[in-house]
Design a protein around this ligand. Structure first.
Ligand code: PLP
Length: 367
């Protein structure tokens, strides 16, 4: 590395994005001396919808562009920075997959071991997320139970151990980090949208966005706050029905949660925002998932598409009026769940390796 080697080269080109801990530090409740454990998360694109808007002015906040492919990285960067500042020796979490993928990466970055508890069972956690946790060398544990039971177990485990940091969204630093998604939406649009549509599982992210919008309005950085549309899968919709769900079922494994830990925060947020929780069927989720990939060019995971499915339902009922400005948060990347993508795709064709053979399978009308 010669004379340019060593710490001096670890800096950044002028103007480069530093990740949410440094970019938003003055707006985060994080000890001032906490190091920034960062993979340069945040600064994700806000992409205008071309075909999905149905008369509204719709945008997608593409959180799959975060370093581990989901919004969890915002919360994880702050939670792990705080954990390191407090002398944590290990991280633990329960997860439907994305939290574990993110925790594993940020643990690796921090040089800490991670214990990740995910539900056992075929299809309980999407393959890409398992791959991420394993690649990062975390201790992945399949627990015989659902997410809600796994979360209860890790909360009890961490409560008794001061050097074990729980990095689920019940850790207040997670929501602190995730509120930066709202900060970015305001900066990208010049103000808050009329509606924010977001998938809801454990209910941390919707609560975090609300906090972010309220803080920016209070600071005079936004004139308004949005109305919130929290989309849940029909088979896992405790915030719509008002009752916990003991055996949640949905194709959208990331939001297969029956007892949301932040239900109280999310209910308060939706009430203050004059918003709604709304249930969408698996068929509606998959329709939105396919549309996003095929008509908008955005490949997200099924749970993320619940936001668009919810938006469409709210447009159809008139809850979101024509011309309204709306943002759907697309929470995770489509590569997280390769099995679903393959199942929803058309079977590939196999032909001889010749131009003639390929010409025979050109799309109709192309010569
Ligand atoms: C891709 C994706 N979307 C949405 C959610 C729901 O977020 P929350 O649990 O904060 O409600 C999750 C949670 O795991 C997720 O992984």
């Amino acid at each position: 590395m010669g004379s340019l080697g060593g710490a001096r080269t670890v800096g950044r080109p002028a103007g480069a994005w530093r990740g949410i801990v440094e970019e938003f530090r003055r707006d985060l409740s994080l000890p001032a001396d906490a190091p920034a454990i960062t993979l340069r998360e945040g600064n994700t694109p806000l992409v205008p919808a071309l075909r999905a808007g149905r008369g509204a002015d719709l945008f997608f906040k593409v959180e799959g562009c975060n370093p581990t492919g989901s919004f969890k990285d915002r919360g994880m960067a702050v939670a792990v920075s705080g954990a390191v500042a407090e002398g944590a020796r290990a991280l633990v979490c329960a997860s439907t997959g994305n939290t574990s993928a993110s925790a594993a990466a940020y643990a690796a970055r921090a040089g800490l071991p991670a214990l990740l508890a995910v539900p056992a069972g075929d299809g309980a956690v999407a393959k890409g997320k398992l791959a991420q946790a394993l690649a990062a060398g975390a201790r992945l544990v399949l627990v015989r139970g659902n997410f809600d039971q796994a979360l209860a177990a890790v909360r009890t485990l961490a409560a008794a151990r001061p050097h074990v940091a729980l990095v689920n969204s019940v850790n207040p630093l997670r929501l602190e980090g995730q509120k930066t998604g709202a900060f970015e939406v305001v900066a990208q649009l010049g103000d808050a949208p009329d509606w924010l549509c977001i998938p809801v599982g454990n209910a941390g992210n919707i609560s975090a966005y609300w906090r972010g919008f309220c803080e920016y309005r209070a600071a005079g950085r936004a004139r308004s706050v949005p109305r919130l549309l929290g989309a849940q899968a029909e088979g896992a919709a405790p915030l719509v029905s008002g009752r916990p769900v003991d055996a949640p079922v949905t194709v959208a494994s990331a939001i297969r949660i029956g007892r949301p830990a932040s239900a109280h925060l999310a209910r308060a947020a939706v009430a203050e925002a004059d918003g709604r929780f709304l249930a969408v069927t698996d068929a509606q989720i998959i329709e939105a998932y396919r549309f996003l990939a095929r008509q908008e060019g955005i490949f997200c995971e099924p749970a993320s598409a619940a936001s668009l499915a919810g938006f469409w339902a709210a447009r159809a009922s008139g809850l979101i009026p024509e011309g309204a400005r709306a943002v759907c948060v697309l929470t995770g990347h489509g590569l997280k769940d390769p099995d679903r993508a393959v199942a929803e795709g058309d079977a590939p064709l196999e032909v001889e390796a010749t131009a003639e053979a390929l010409a025979g399978v050109l799309p109709p009308g192309v010569d």
